[in-house]
Design a protein around this ligand. Structure first.
Ligand SMILES: [Zn+2]
Length: 255
């Protein structure tokens, strides 16, 4: 039975998502930004919370864990490197570890940069990836604890997932991200198409995620720092991709 997902808004601009295995009834919350929003999502779906899969320690991803665990006695899975900064962890995971949600099979990718222990969860048979604050639609997370080179390598890891992989991120900032991306690649046709699509989605009150890796590769400048035309666009012809990425990220920070 294929995985089911339920996406919902919480806090100011976080996205929560539930991952459900219909065969066993298991349900994971990917991060727990806010107890009330996760509870409302559980009520709306009728699903029972069995697991919380944490991507990183920031409060807007972990603030609901204690209350949710107290009520549902669910398992809390968290990155090995940040377990001491996340409440009530049951299981810590590292690169390539397997994580099951009922009968659904996930795999852990370490994606440091935004935080040093940040991880993503890839549910390969269902073509789903939960990437926290590493990759956003037409954007990426701020490099807070790591280095730009570290973040670039993490993004490449996600870029190497199959094109059809659906990406669920911790936030979406489509309008601002697309506006910035157009300053880097004003002539990118795929980006222009995404802008039109996002405008329509926003007008309809729909989320602009999930997106696929294939779509992101064509339009997200942070995944395109190793292309000569992108290096040229920021006057860094011949420089290493990680340096080009660092320049694009620095420009976004000031945008
Ligand atoms: Zn964060």
């Amino acid at each position: 039975m294929p995985a089911q997902t339920h996406l919902f808004l919480c806090l100011q601009d976080n996205y929560g998502v539930l991952l459900h295995d219909g065969a066993t009834g298991a349900t994971a919350a990917i991060d727990a930004p806010e107890e009330s929003a996760v509870e409302a999502a559980l009520t709306a779906t009728g699903w029972r919370l069995t697991d919380i899969l944490v991507t990183h320690h920031h409060a807007d991803h972990t603030g609901g864990i204690a209350a949710l665990k107290a009520r549902h006695r669910c398992r809390v899975v968290a990155p090995h490197g940040e377990a001491t900064r996340i409440p009530l962890v049951d299981t810590t995971v590292r690169e390539r570890d397997k994580v099951a949600v009922g009968g659904l099979e996930g795999q852990v990718y370490e994606t440091p940069g935004h935080t040093l222990g940040h991880i993503a969860y890839w549910f390969h048979p269902d073509n789903l990836a939960f990437v926290g604050d590493t990759l956003f639609s037409i954007g990426c997370g701020r490099v807070i604890e790591g280095t730009p080179g570290m973040m670039w390598r993490s993004l490449i890891k996600l870029r190497d997932l199959p094109d059809e992989t659906k990406i669920y991120c911790g936030h979406e900032y489509p309008a601002a991200n697309i506006k910035f991306a157009r300053t880097i690649e004003p002539d990118n046709a795929a980006l222009a198409a995404r802008e039109a699509q996002a405008r329509q989605q926003i007008a309809n009150g729909e989320p602009t995620i999930p997106v696929t890796i294939g779509e992101e590769k064509k339009a997200n400048p942070f995944l395109r720092a190793d292309l000569p035309e992108v290096a040229a666009a920021v006057s860094m012809e011949g420089k290493q991709a990680s340096q080009v990425f660092a320049e694009i990220r620095a420009r976004k920070n000031k945008f």
